[in-house]
Design a protein. Sequence first.
Length: 255
Amino acid sequence: MNSEIYAFHRLEHHFFTMVSVNKIDYGHIIAFTTGVKAPGLNPAFIQKIDEYIQHPLAACSADYKKNQTPWTLVIPDYLFNQHLEHELEARQFSEQDIGFAMIVELDNYCIASSQVNLQCKLMRDNLATWSIPLIGGFNSTPEITSVYTQQHQQALSHTQSIYHFSGFHEDQIVCSLTLSLHHNTARIDDVATLPAYQRLGFATRLIHEAILFARQRHIKKCFLEASNEGLTLYQRLGFKQLLKNYYYELLSDLS
């Protein structure tokens, strides 16, 4: 594992540690629970693969089932092998999504001037407003998003390394994101734009604001995980792909 991939995973775990109510290390798997009824927000990250993977996988599955928590198994592409594929098939897991881990170097990052009319704000104590674009942007519900927002509020009370940005167009909130810092690296999460304001450059402008904020704090590298739909946007912003994360869920949880 090279240093950039190691840094991506370190930030991945740092972010979910901050917003989770529970974290369990099964050795082969590290599982997080945010309490949100959305599989992608309760990820179990595979750390290594060997002939004993079936035991932590069974224990992890049982714990999520006992707590009635929807969850997803996250497997980086460099760990995926035939042994794991057979184990997943035997336990009736199905691939549901792919994420693209990405990185950009900030030392020489060029932030182009923008004509987009967007006022960017650091939200601090106003996460209820910050969360509004997440509902429409992620096709969520107010109930699900409110639980996630509460976890972010808890994180703010325990750490100074998580920041929440929102963009306002003509006094209307249109987009939001989260920036977390760890040592000299940063991670962007929760990039969401209200559907009526998508593809107008608002998210790009807000990402530039977050990157500038990070660079002013001597951050050297910024990471994020892109969906297939967002991949082209982040490539245009200068992010380079590091790896793919495969997301698997139990077929029994999908029915």
